[in-house]
Every structure is written in C-alpha cells, then in structure tokens.
Design a protein around this ligand. Structure first.
Ligand code: M6R
Length: 380
C-alpha cells in the first residue's frame, strides 16, 4: 500500500499535487471569468446563505496542525474577506471561552473529525448559545477530512477537504487540503461581501490552479537535495523556524513536523520576535530555517535572518528568489516556484515536510508512528 515509498508519510507528501487538484475540481466553477461571470461566485462550497451572511466575526477552534492551518485561515479571512477572526486552541477555549460577540460564525477544524478537545469546545459553544436569540446564534461550520465523523454530524455544514485517508501520524496532505478549504472559504466570503476586486479574485483563482504543477516541481526538483541536506542534521538537537505574516504559521508547522517525528527540539517564531528573547539561543549548533517568500515582509525576514547569521547560525532559506542577496544570506537554499504571497504557505510548507521526513528517516525512527502520539486524540 505504500506504493514503493518507504513510509506512508512520504507517500502522503507526494500525493499533495493530486489532493490539491481534486479540491480545485470539486470547489471551483470551471471557466469562471470575472468579466463574463461576475454575477456568480467562482467558488462552489454549497454553503447556505444563512451560514455566511451577516458574519461580523469568525472564531475557529482546532488543535495541532489543524490549528496551524487555521492561523493561515485567519490571515486569509481577514485580508481577503475582511472579517475579524480569532483562532483558539480547542483545549484552551473549553475552559476560558472568549466573551460572546454578535453575528459570529464558529468553525471547527479537525482532520479526523474525532479530536476530543475540538468536539467538546464546539459542543460547549452550542450549549452556551442555546436559547439565546439571534445575533448570538451558534452557527457552526466544520472543516474536516472525514465526512462520516462525529464532527460532521454535529455541525450545520462541513467543507470536506477530501485528502483521502492519511495514515502517517504527522499530518501532511490533510494540512494542504485544509489550506485549500480556507482559500475557498475566504474567497467565497470575499465575493459575497464584495470585499475583493474581481480581477484580484480571478488572479488568485488562476494562481490556485497552478499550485498542483508547482508542488510537483518542488517534489521533483527538491526531493533529492533535501534528503542530502537532512543527512547533515542527523545529530542536531535544536532547530528554529522563522516566518512572518501569512508564513508565520508555516514556521510553526515546520517546527511541529520536525519535533513530532524526529524528536528534535524545534521552535517556530514570527521572525520579528527573535530579538525579544529567542535570539539568545542561537549559536553555530542551532540551524535556522527562514521562510523568505517574496511579498510584503520578504525584506524584513531577510534582515531577521541576517541577525541570526551574525550569531553563527547555519541558515536555510525557503524562497523563490534566486539572487545574490539570497545566495549570500543563506547557507542552503530551498528554491520553490514563484507564487502570489497569499498562496505561498501551500508552497513553502512542502520543503519543510520533506526536511522533517528525511531527518527522521535518516535517524532511523518510526516516522509513521512516532512515540507517544496517536493519529487521532480522542481523549482530553
Ligand atoms: O484530527 P485533528 O486535525 O483534529 O488532529 C489535531 C492534531 O492532533 C493533529 O493535527 C496533530 O497535531 C498532528 N499529529 C500533527 O502532525
């Protein structure tokens, strides 16, 4: 069943182009053009208008990788649809929910649809709003990979991320599929609220359609290089991942992937926070991975990376800019195709998944079943 791959995790990383492709086929209107089809939405999530009209706030509950995807989602919902969005750890929300705000859409994000904390947080939210009149209605949307799950039965509607069964404990293809879910949701809400110029919307949809081929390119071109690079970190004890803006959650995800399967201590930080403490950790023994995709914060990330370099840290850059500055800043470059900054998380995460995988595999660890972890955490 591993189809020639050494581990399910690697197979699932390589399935991402087809997962993204199938999301595009399911949720995008074919042949939509801003000029000719302005009166219909380019996205077809089948959401009833009661669910997505009059949404003043969004609150998201999730755990682990699903929480990281939700943080990218927050950025998209705020920047594209213009809706203030809070992301909460389900385990925290359960015992200290934020005060209720009117006209709030709650979203539960869980790959398995069975994570106990996420289900309990959503149940608590339902109870809290029970009997209250609108505008405190408990509208709940689920984003899940399992349409038959407990989550799917308890919410008003789901977005089915349809990544297929994921066996590796480390979430990979289900993460990219969750990101796709958030792109569609943010664009759908942006369209309905007229929050985004139609040509910008069309440009992003065109960009989404190019993603499968671009992910394929990373897998083809980077697979070998990352495997070789990973050999150099078999004995490393600490890693730092830096990102900013929409790629800050990707730094968190890169760190989570690495720690969970390789047992290397890793931390993800917003790059600008380094100088407020974590920079004290840096020396020649602590490699730093910086996500430096072109866009608003590219130069800022680069200067944060240079500060790390000044502390002798080995610098690995994930970027689509191949220029002399990138080459002189980074010791190792993981090149990825150029995409719109808003789409860059889905491209930047792939080399980080591969890096975590190859480091863990090189260490001879049980990549698919890491110690102390279960695929689905069904207890509190
Ligand atoms: O099934 P869920 O998405 O609710 O799972 C949440 C986390 O347990 C999960 O993402 C976990 O962090 C993964 N093992 C990360 O790779």
């Amino acid at each position: 069943e591993k189809q020639g791959f050494r581990h399910f995790m690697l197979k699932e990383i390589y399935e991402q182009p087809s997962v993204v492709r199938s999301c595009l086929e399911t949720y995008l209107q074919p042949n939509w053009h801003a000029q000719t089809n302005a009166d219909i939405s380019p996205i077809d999530l089948g959401l009833a208008s009661e669910l997505c009209e009059n949404v003043d706030y969004i609150q998201i509950v999730a755990c682990g990788t699903s929480w990281n995807a939700s943080m990218v989602g927050k950025y998209l919902l705020e920047q594209l649809a213009g809706i203030p969005t809070m992301v909460q750890y389900a385990s925290e929300f359960r015992y200290a929910p934020a005060p209720m705000l009117p006209n709030t859409l709650t979203i539960g994000v869980t790959q398995s649809g069975e994570t106990a904390d996420t289900l309990a947080a959503l149940e608590m939210e339902k109870q809290r709003k029970m009997g209250l009149e609108s505008p405190y209605d408990a509208r709940i949307l689920g984003i899940t990979n399992r349409p038959e799950s407990t989550l799917a039965h308890m919410v008003d509607r789901i977005i089915n991320t349809q990544a297929g069964i994921e066996i590796g404990v480390a979430a990979t293809k289900s993460f990219t599929a969750q990101l796709m879910g958030f792109y569609f949701l943010a664009l759908e809400l942006a369209y309905r609220r007229k929050n985004l110029a139609l040509d910008k919307l069309e440009g992003l949809i065109k960009g989404l359609r190019e993603l499968p081929a671009q992910i394929e390119l990373i897998l083809e071109k980077q697979g070998q290089q990352i495997e070789e690079l990973a050999h150099e970190f078999a004995d490393t004890q600490d890693f730092i991942f830096l990102g900013r803006g929409i790629n800050f959650p990707i730094a968190l995800e890169g760190a989570l992937k690495l720690k969970e399967i390789s047992y290397i201590h890793a931390e993800g930080y917003p790059a600008g926070e380094m100088k407020h403490g974590p920079i004290a950790l840096l020396d020649a023994k602590v490699p730093v991975v910086a996500i430096a995709m072109p866009g608003l914060v590219h130069d800022k990330v680069l200067s944060n990376a240079q500060e790390a370099k000044a502390r002798d840290a080995r610098l690995i850059g994930v970027t689509s800019i191949d220029d002399s500055e990138a080459r002189s800043t980074f010791d190792d470059l993981l090149f990825v195709p150029h995409v719109d900054e808003l789409l860059s998380p889905i491209i930047a995460v792939v080399p980080l998944q591969l890096l975590a995988y190859h480091i863990a595999a090189r260490r001879g660890l049980d990549v698919d079943q890491p110690r102390n972890l279960a695929k689905s955490v069904t207890v509190e």
